[in-house]
Design a protein around this ligand. Structure first.
Ligand code: FAD
Length: 383
């Protein structure tokens, strides 16, 4: 059946980028298929920090969607970050807008179900991995089930290990612009405020950070990440390092005395937005992690995945209206993404470089930040 149909658009991946793209294509009249190797609900290794920008993206598609997210029960309300220096002095910084921590298994499933509920024409193909993508006049997406899906346009939202990005856009991992991170869910970590993203810059684990992010029901998302270049050069084992941090660093271990690990440590890669790639070409666009759109300092990529998914949907509508799928026309998408996101990526890349492993600088900045009258509010650049 699928083999005989030529779809207008194949969205590869149903995470935040793919589901937002499918949602923004509702009522388009286009024949759209969304493919994912997983069957939802599925987990995604993440810090689960869902910034306030995601609400803005949903609101722009339809104000009701933001309201639905606000009614989502299982979430923490995040109003501040608490930064710890290598000396364990802390600095609390308020966010200008409230964000959330929501387990990705729940957030992504909610977004996916919103997309299939609202985009009534959307066809979904779940539980089949994309093995290969080829292009002649149209794209052919080869699934591991043996099925082939043909489409005029391809929107790659298949994450950090995107088959489509590798095959079509020839994107390769660049370790200088890539991070590795691990996550472990805990319950019973002491001292959780319930509203702060806690970030520790630890003297023996720089550049990089250890995090404790609060979740409902006295749970926490706990993790540790570093640049892949550093991991490779210093032969760092992230899983062992997380174990060491939690159990051997007294200031941290104290908080985990009565805590219970709810799972084994799990790791995944983060393609950072500190390097520009070719993310659009004739008949295709890349979004989210497939396009390497993760903030190079904070590691946040949900908001940019959703925003790029929305931009790709809007560009696709223009292409079908103008019947123009040329490389030149598709550049509008790439330019729009980088116009919006690059200033932030560039600044945060420099912040990452400047702080590096300079303990004295991080110690100094956190101490300086505590001086009264210094503004301790972070404006969100994407609003
Ligand atoms: C440890 C860690 C912590 C992080 N913490 C945060 C955080 O706190 N806040 C934040 O904003 N961001 C965080 N990020 C980044 C964030 O997880 C990603 O940027 C975000 O998930 C990108 O969304 P996406 O839709 O592009 O990709 P994904 O969420 O990865 O979705 C891709 C989808 O494609 C599917 N797929 C993959 N390959 C195939 C295939 N071959 N065939 C078919 N389907 C396929 C997958 O099943 C998946 O559903 C973190 C990342 C890591 C690794």
């Amino acid at each position: 059946m699928l083999e005989e149909t030529i779809f207008d658009i194949a969205i590869c991946g149903a995470g935040p980028a793919g589901s937002t793209c499918a949602l923004a294509l509702k009522n388009s009249g286009l024949k759209v298929i969304m493919i994912d190797k997983a069957v939802f609900p599925r987990d995604k290794i993440c810090g689960d920090a869902v910034s306030s920008v995601t609400k803005r993206v949903l609101r722009q598609i339809h104000p009701d969607y933001e309201q639905e997210l606000l009614q989502f029960e299982s979430k923490a309300y995040i109003t501040q970050a608490k930064l710890y220096s290598p000396r364990f002095e802390s600095l609390e910084i308020a966010f200008s807008k409230t964000g959330h921590c929501i387990k990705r298994i729940e957030f992504d499933n909610w977004l996916y179900n919103l997309a299939i509920r609202e985009n009534k024409e959307l066809i979904v193909k779940m539980g089949s991995a994309i093995k290969d993508v080829t292009k002649e006049k149209d794209f052919t997406v080869q699934l591991d089930s043996g099925e082939q899906i043909k489409s005029k346009m391809l929107i790659a939202c298949d994450g950090a290990h995107s088959v489509a990005a590798k095959k079509i856009a020839k994107i390769k991992v660049d370790r200088k612009h890539y991070s590795g991170a691990v996550r472990q869910y805990y319950s019973g970590v002491s001292g959780l405020s319930g509203k702060a993203l806690e970030v520790y810059f630890l003297k023996d684990f720089l550049p990089g950070y250890f995090w404790i992010f609060p979740l409902p029901n006295n749970q926490a998302n706990v993790g540790f990440g570093m640049l892949s270049d550093t991991i490779a050069k210093q032969k760092i084992d992230l899983k062992k390092s997380l174990h060491h941090i939690i159990h051997q660093i007294p200031e941290v271990a104290e908080r985990f005395k009565n805590a219970t690990a709810l799972e084994d440590v799990k790791g995944f890669g983060l393609p950072l937005g500190s390097k520009k790639y070719k993310i659009a070409g004739e008949q295709y666009m890349l979004c989210g992690d497939a396009a390497a759109l993760i903030d190079p300092f904070s590691g946040e990529g949900i908001e940019t995945a959703m925003e790029s998914g929305k931009f790709a949907a809007e560009q696709a509508l223009k292409c079908f209206q103008a019947n123009n799928f040329s490389e030149a026309f598709m550049q509008e998408y790439e330019q729009r993404v980088y116009r919006k996101m690059w200033p932030n990526f560039r600044n945060h890349y420099w912040l990452q470089k400047i702080l590096g492993d300079r303990k004295w600088l991080i110690n100094g900045l956190i101490r300086f930040g505590n001086i009264p009258f210094i503004n301790k509010q972070i404006p969100k650049v994407f609003y």
